[in-house]
Design a binder for this molecule. Structure first.
Ligand code: BGC
Length: 409
């Protein structure tokens, strides 16, 4: 047996996002989408808004030393002119609850939900979006400054634009006629609800607004930010190919299109980069690989590939999401172990990876899939809100507590 040690101070934990776990999400693009029948209702979710203390007890018991969560924009800013101090107080107690248990908070300022009032002003398509976003971030980080060191501005800008404006599976459900081209990197829209027409130009505009929003927010946070470190969580797909020239070209192009072309606009305004990684795409792959419940192929080398894209920016890296939908928990332990082997390998070749956040702490509202996909280390019964720790969580616990993974030679 061989022990793969991780660097001292390595952050170990899980991630969640507000609207996927809190319950009673205030009116936003996702609740509107549910009312219109595009996506399942969110409802009570895990009732985490009221049960966060108990959930953090579980995370602590599972040996984690950090936790990533997000703040619900519509709670903080229920209308354009109103910022809600009571909700700030709520998130302050969330942060305190983490700190009390020795869990470092990694706070995402925006994870997919846009308050209704901003949607009425054009949402992400409006050129005012970056300004609104930056002001919201400035308010939150001023109020909570000093209690949080790590801030993530935006979670996964590319899937937001891709699934919302090309594939039609996420708000505002716009579908471009060539959406099949983008099959590899989105969730297909569910049901036969007719979708509004998308356009590639609007998609590109949304991407630009997202990059600007991050950059503006970064500047405002840093202007006031005491000892803070600000980054972005970038969904990353490792595109690669067989030896066929055309396939090689496709892989190079797609890595540029999905990762480098966006990162080139934001990397200078990042103190660290978060990498969310779930699957790869190999052009010319002949045999399909085993799949997770959601249909994503399992290919741990994809995490190594994804991490290696970011070496050029010279910033600390965190795996801010990596996980598997596995209701039976049969494959989760191996998935985590294999992926962590790749993280360790990345560190060995000189990548500055400083943390790993399994997605997710518990089963949650899985976006267009509703409550059917089970990513949690903890199983949730959505009727009774009972939590049950899955066996894989205890395997992950050993790794977190030892700051090391033991493998066969
Ligand atoms: C998102 C999460 C989501 C996960 C699994 C990621 O792309 O950031 O919100 O739950 O994928 O579908």
């Amino acid at each position: 047996m061989k022990t793969l040690k991780f660097p001292d101070g390595f952050l170990w934990g899980t991630g969640t996002s507000a609207f996927q776990v809190e319950g009673n999400t205030p009116p936003c693009n996702w609740t509107k989408g549910a009312e219109e029948g595009f996506v399942p209702e969110i409802g009570q979710a895990c009732d985490h808004y009221n049960r966060f203390e108990g959930d953090f007890d579980i995370a602590q018991e599972l040996g984690h030393n950090a936790h990533r969560f997000s703040i619900e924009w519509g709670r903080i800013q229920p209308s354009e002119k109103k910022f809600d101090a009571d909700e700030i107080a709520h998130y302050r107690s969330v942060i305190q609850a983490l700190r009390k248990r020795g869990l470092e908070p990694i706070v995402t300022l925006w994870h997919f939900t846009i308050p209704l009032w901003l949607l009425e002003k054009g949402g992400l398509e409006s050129s005012l979006f970056p300004e609104y976003f930056a002001r919201y971030c400035e308010y939150v980080t001023n109020e909570l400054g000093g209690t949080v060191h790590y801030w993530i501005t935006i979670n996964e800008p590319l899937p937001v634009a891709n699934n919302g404006w090309l594939r039609g599976s996420w708000p505002p459900f716009k579908k471009w006629w060539l959406d099949t081209l983008f099959k590899g990197f989105g969730y297909p829209g569910k049901g036969d609800r007719k979708r509004p027409t998308g356009s590639f130009l609007t998609y590109l505009k949304v991407r630009r607004h997202l990059a600007r929003a991050h950059n503006k927010a970064y500047q405002l946070i840093k202007r006031n930010g005491r000892d803070s470190s600000v980054g972005i969580a970038k969904h990353t797909i490792y595109y690669h190919s067989d030896k066929n020239l055309l396939n090689q070209f496709c892989a190079v192009f797609m890595n540029w299109f999905w990762t480098y072309s966006f990162m080139s606009h934001v990397h200078k305004q990042c103190d660290f980069i978060g990498i969310n990684q779930y699957f790869d795409k190999e052009f010319g792959r002949e045999k399909s690989l085993p799949k997770t419940d959601i249909g994503w192929e399992i290919y741990p080398l994809g995490l190594f590939g994804a991490l290696s894209f970011f070496k050029r920016y010279g910033k600390p890296l965190y795996v801010t999401e990596n996980g598997i939908a596995d209701a039976t928990d049969k494959s989760r332990t191996l998935f985590i172990r294999d992926n962590l082997r790749e993280v360790h390998r990345a560190i060995q070749v000189g990548l500055d990876v400083r943390g790993y956040f399994y997605w997710s702490l518990m089963d949650n509202y899985e976006l267009a899939e509703g409550y059917t996909m089970r990513f949690g280390l903890v199983e949730v019964d959505f009727e009774t809100q009972e939590r049950k720790v899955r066996p894989s969580a205890y395997e992950y616990k050993k790794i977190c507590e030892n700051n090391a993974l033991t493998v066969e030679e």
